[in-house]
Design a protein around this ligand. Sequence first.
Ligand code: NAD
Ligand code: WQD
Length: 343
Amino acid sequence: MARILVTGGTGYIGSHTVVCLMEQGYDVVIVDNLSNSNVEVLDGIERIVGRRPDFENIDCLDYTNMDRLFARYSDIEAVIHFAASKAVGESVEKPLLYYRNNLGSLINLLELMMAHGVKNIVFSSSCTVYGQPDANHLPVDETAPIQKALSPYGNTKQVNEEIIQDTCHSNANLHATILRYFNPIGAHPSAEIGELPNGIPNNLLPFVTQTAAGLRECLRVFGDDYNTPDGSCIRDYIYVMDLAKAHVKAVERMLSGAPTEQVEIFNLGTGRGLSVLEILRTFIKVTGVHLKYEIVGRREGDIEQVWAKPDKANTVLGWKADTPVEEVLMSAWNWEKKLRGIE
Ligand code: NAD
Ligand code: WQD
């Protein structure tokens, strides 16, 4: 079976994807510098799969060691590139860190792939590239206009996509699949791996589960005066295991030579928008946990509503995100309980 290089493979989405790849029989080598994950994730992966992926603690910015890695693993057939810095707020504070890490890592990888004859890359992009789509582009499909990024982080995704387009344009042998994720949530059903946010979470679900676990006193709902049915913002929350499976489909498609374009782009979402209040009420209903929340003012930079039209991924990749949100929220809670030793 083919070997896949997974950068950022001990991170949140990467670790779930490694599990799915290994369960399909792929050999995986992870490259991660552990800047936002820890090495015990490998134990969790091993407990689920029964095998341990190869792991290299290398920074993607370290060209020399990345070059050695490609030389050592001469059987790599595709790269899935998750490694990036991803905190929107931090990117506003430290833009150069974000530009250096997110652009430099991709540039190194593409150069080394071409030098070592690796032809396929799957790239983690984000629905953030669409900003707030206007009403006639909701749900948002892949042809919706890219809007000026609201943060340096968002801009790195846009520039990364352009770097990939330009590099593929200059090299007919290189193929890319750009996956634009909506809002990934949840954890592996075994609760062996899940999301490990650093410090106080910015994202909704880790804040919900940490509040439910008693680590945070009260969840703040950022605004109930939006132009949505209940006034709170709407997002397309996608189960991380469904998302992980899309990567396996993307790799299969590339390795079988099926892509019809050199760069294929897919939106990965459920096709269903849920409001913040719907998420909170569903979480309380399925877990039976008391969750204290209050409505506060809007968060700066928040988009009112966005959800995916995932038809292209459904038909072309043969993939669908179909795990019920109740199950997804329960998986997030089970993971938090396990982390905190709650029965
Ligand atoms: P994560 O932080 O959990 O995982 C990223 C991993 O990359 C971490 O393990 C980190 O240690 C590693 N890493 C970072 N820089 C590195 C470097 N220079 N060299 C080697 N390893 C490095 O993040 P995630 O949520 O799993 O996100 C994975 C990818 O998906 C990222 O590119 C992110 O921008 C993108 N994405 C995430 C979301 C989301 O909401 N989680 C949404 C859209 C897109
Ligand atoms: C979801 C909703 C908040 C926390 C971010 C990035 C985006 C992408 C995904 C990577 C919003 C509300 C949140 C809280 C709340 N990442 N909320 N109280 O903002 O859609 O996107 O993550 O590419 O680039 O910007 O996700 O989870 O932060 O927020 O009310 O304590 O929950 O206002 O409506 P977001 P999120």
